[in-house]
Write a protein that binds this ligand. Structure first.
Ligand SMILES: [Fe+2]
Length: 517
């Protein structure tokens, strides 16, 4: 005989139903409401292009929200965005006030999970640039490291008899997690042939080998640590809250609206204030999406986030690779090969553009550029930025910012290829598990849906943002830059024909012009 469902349970399922057969707990009101709100936003989204990038309007001190006082604050109002309404603020507050619970319903299989996710979210989830057919084998771990989510953390090691490379996330052991979960933190080791040889898991201080019966769980522990560390420390902390925030704040507060340097930077700061403010409102607060999606206590969230913020040094992409010993591995390491090519395109654009308006070293004497530079040092003293003395310093720092908000942001933020399959990456670790639970999967999908909202692309017509002064020369340099991006896209397409799996992270055709998502 069917038993009548409790009234409360019936109500929630009716108001926030799941289309498919996702066995999400009936009482998990927060995950259901968040899913509904995020999917509604994605369905109503009007794709944005380069014409949405307006010309600068004002140079004023910006009002800010404290993210982690006194270290971190984000401006409130985007130049191209809209003021956040009272009702939106109330919705955010209401969402965060919903009960906080960790559920433990499990999927019957990863195949069933992928199928149900497609039914429920297929129309709003972005299409991945790379399809991972195999997500759990040792070989998939190697691809994930050399041309996937772990690539920017790859290091060469010299003093290990069995291993030549590692991605070390064992530092994450420091961050507390909620009861019922294991702490993050693991390190993977690969030999000269990119074969996975061993894994260290920090929570139990053990080293695992391929023949061990703990091997699959150790791989899962590292993949979860990777996803959590990259998302919270690298994506949210380093790229959004530190680098992109620094760039947009100094640019809007220090550079006059017609200034050629501000115009150069305009496409690279589009939407940054909006997205960082939303991240502050929805993601990084206590009981926000990050706190609920990952296993961290709130103290753990803040410490992981600040680790990302504090660890940023002004080290360019080529310098970072050289320091890690991974700059000359050729096709062994597509991440470096394609990334260096993108960096070169940006560097040439910056150098050619600045030469129009500031021949020789005259940029160094420009009062607005000097104010901009001083603001960087004042806002982020840990970067290690020295006083401005040469135009080459300005080229280096500007290229670094542009690369970070385009290419590196794609590397750490474009995660849909990973989150569609709960056996690939997860957000919480339970001892012995090798797949995410239902709640965790839906929470990850909620985080991922917003990354599919179409934003201004790197390859695009931004001629309207160039200054009126010396416009013909600026147009020529801009056109050369756009042609170089298109050529790089063709080069990467060609390289991908012979790669065992395509690598699209630095393909300019897949990149946005700023961190607007
Ligand atoms: Fe992002």
């Amino acid at each position: 005989m069917n038993q009548a469902k409790p009234l409360k349970q019936k109500g929630i399922e009716t108001i926030f139903p799941m289309k498919g057969d996702i066995p999400l707990s009936s009482f998990d009101l927060h995950t259901r409401v968040a899913s509904e709100l995020i999917c509604d936003e994605a369905r109503a989204w009007k794709p944005r292009g380069s014409d949405n990038v307006g010309i600068p309007k004002q140079m004023v001190p910006l009002e800010k929200y404290d993210v982690a006082a006194p270290f971190l604050s984000v401006p409130k109002l985007d130049e191209d965005g809209k003021k956040i309404t009272f009702s939106e603020k109330a919705t955010h507050w209401a969402l965060q006030s919903l009960p906080f619970s960790d559920e433990n319903k499990t999927w019957p299989s990863s195949t069933e999970a992928v199928k149900q996710i497609e039914i429920q979210y297929g129309d709003v989830l972005p299409k991945p640039n790379v399809r991972w057919e195999d997500t759990t084998s040792d070989h998939a771990m190697s691809l994930l490291t050399f041309q996937g989510l772990g690539a920017h953390r790859l290091e060469r090691i010299e003093d290990d008899p069995d291993a030549a490379y590692r991605v070390d996330l064992s530092w994450m052991i420091a961050f507390p997690v909620r009861e019922g979960f294991e702490r993050y933190g693991a390190c993977v080791f690969f030999d000269h042939n990119r074969q996975l040889v061993r894994i260290y898991t920090a929570y139990n201080d053990k080293t695992h080998y391929p023949s061990d019966n703990t091997w699959e769980a150790a791989k899962w522990c590292w993949r979860c640590s990777l996803f959590a560390g990259v998302t919270v420390a690298d994506h949210l902390g380093s790229v959004h809250y530190l680098t992109a925030n620094l760039l947009v704040t100094a640019t809007r507060e220090q550079l006059p609206t017609e200034h050629p340097f501000r115009r150069l930077l305009t496409p690279f700061i589009y939407g940054t204030v909006d997205v960082n403010r939303d991240a502050h409102m929805l993601l990084s607060r206590e009981q926000g999406l990050v706190h609920r999606t990952f296993a961290f206590t709130y103290n753990g969230v803040v410490r992981c986030l600040l680790k990302g913020v504090e660890s940023v040094r002004l080290q360019t992409f080529p310098e970072t690779l050289a320091a890690a010993g991974t700059d000359s591995l050729g096709e062994q390491f597509p991440y470096a090969m394609d990334g260096l090519a993108l960096y070169e395109v940006l560097e040439k654009y910056v150098r050619d553009y600045l030469a129009i308006y500031f021949p020789d070293d005259s940029a160094v004497e420009d009062p607005s550029i000097r104010h901009w530079w001083s603001a960087l040092i004042k806002q982020a003293p840990n970067l290690g930025l020295t006083p401005l003395q040469t135009a080459e310093q300005l080229v280096r720092v500007t290229t670094h910012f542009m690369f970070t908000v385009t290419g590196l942001h794609g590397q750490v933020g474009d995660v849909i290829a990973y989150t569609r399959d709960p056996a690939f990456v997860g957000a919480k670790i339970k001892e012995g598990d090798t797949i995410g639970d239902v709640q965790s999967t839906v929470q990850l999908i909620n985080l991922t849906v917003t990354t599919g909202l179409v934003q201004p692309a790197m390859i695009g017509d931004y001629r309207h943002t160039l200054p009126d002064k010396d416009k013909d020369q600026a147009l020529l340099v801009f056109e050369t830059y756009q042609q170089a991006l298109k050529q790089l896209a063709r080069d990467i397409d060609k390289r991908n024909l012979t790669r065992e799996q395509p690598f699209q992270t630095f393909n300019p055709r897949t990149l946005n012009s700023s961190v607007s998502i």
